[in-house]
Design a protein around this ligand. Sequence first.
Ligand code: 5AD
Ligand code: SF4
Length: 432
Amino acid sequence: MCYSIPAKVVEIKNHIGVIDYFGEKRNILLDDDRVKTGDYVYAQGGILVRTIPEKEALEILETWKEIFFELKKVDESLSKIKTDKLPENAMHILQKVNLRKTLTKKELASLFELDHKNELSVLYEIANNVRQRSHGNASCVHGIIEFSSYCQQNCFYCGIRKDKNIERYRMTCKEIVETAGNAVDKYGFKALVLQSGEDYWYSDSKLEEIVKSVRQLGVLVFLSIGSRSISTYKKLYAAGARAALIRFETSNKASFSKLRPGTTLQDRIALIKELKRIGYILATGFIVGLPEETSQDIINNIMLTKYLAPDMYSFGPLIPANGTPLEKEAIIKKELILKTTAIARLADSNSNILVTTALETLDLSAGKEALLAGANSMMINITPVKLKKLYSIYDNRAGINTVLHKSIKQTTDLLYNLGRAPVDTGDIRGLK
Ligand code: 5AD
Ligand code: SF4
């Protein structure tokens, strides 16, 4: 897989580089003084991943040249608003979004009221159109390695919570680097999420060794290790990690403390804010479908995500996991996630919105529908198959038995069919 097109650095000013993909420009943060104008680079989420020799870059660009413009055409055509007569409410909101005006909470709540099939399809069309105008056809695909299923927390919703009696595993640094190396060398991944439960068996120094070794493979290292201390996150940033995925799970204070015993929303938010301050690319979000959740809670979740100003939104449905306190919870309808995706896109047109495995578990075709309702990024699970089954945050996860080359093909086929191209999803220059 070559899921990232090389870009040429065309300008550098104060550690900000302007990079060019077939004439399309983006800004990236260059935290490496060796990079010069004229170099070819891979970038992810507005950050330099690595430089690439000119000869190799030109060869790759040659194969992409025609495909790139073909994909753009497909995306442009799929993201046109086809409904000629928009309902008054939708028209008003679209006008506001076009003028880059912030939608009020009341307006977001009124969108949430939409329920009729035709109204929803207009909402998705508008969100997809806004996505296209903010990001072009850029999409990103990150690999994820679930390196430990041990966790010291007892979240009510989670199938690997501490009190659940399950077979658990830990990958050694060597195993993680081998898995990551295979994903990079054989399949061309440019960004890898390292995910685990909150597992203090991995001391700061073990984590630093893992981050350094994976970073050396020439990828963006994305952490998803839960509420570790600020000092741990600082050390890991220094070791080369540049992104962190950490959901606040719910903006409802009482639910948060009930569902994550012994922890508070306030502390979680403080940590998330600090991660941004350290310089991490931030992915955050929430679960939809927690007990007693109201539509107001979901709107508050979107508003809180926006307030935290992440680079990526990550939210998905609760999949009630057997053997957890929430095993009897009702399963939500996929439309609720599609609606949340579209509203999040309208609330924050610049955001990157992830399609989660939980959504694909709910309904196999929902990934495609979410991409057509405002989402623009995906993840591929690269955990070795025999371990993937044991990382059972919920049961029957989508893709649990799929071998890696097949998941890659499914994901890239899906994106290419929708006209999405693997250029950086970071800040588009000139469109803001
Ligand atoms: N259903 C959906 N998402 C879940 N998570 C944990 N358990 C479940 C579940 N049963 C999510 C949490 C966590 C992420 C790693 O997985 O939001 O942050
Ligand atoms: Fe642990 Fe995360 Fe599961 Fe909570 S959701 S029990 S922190 S793995």
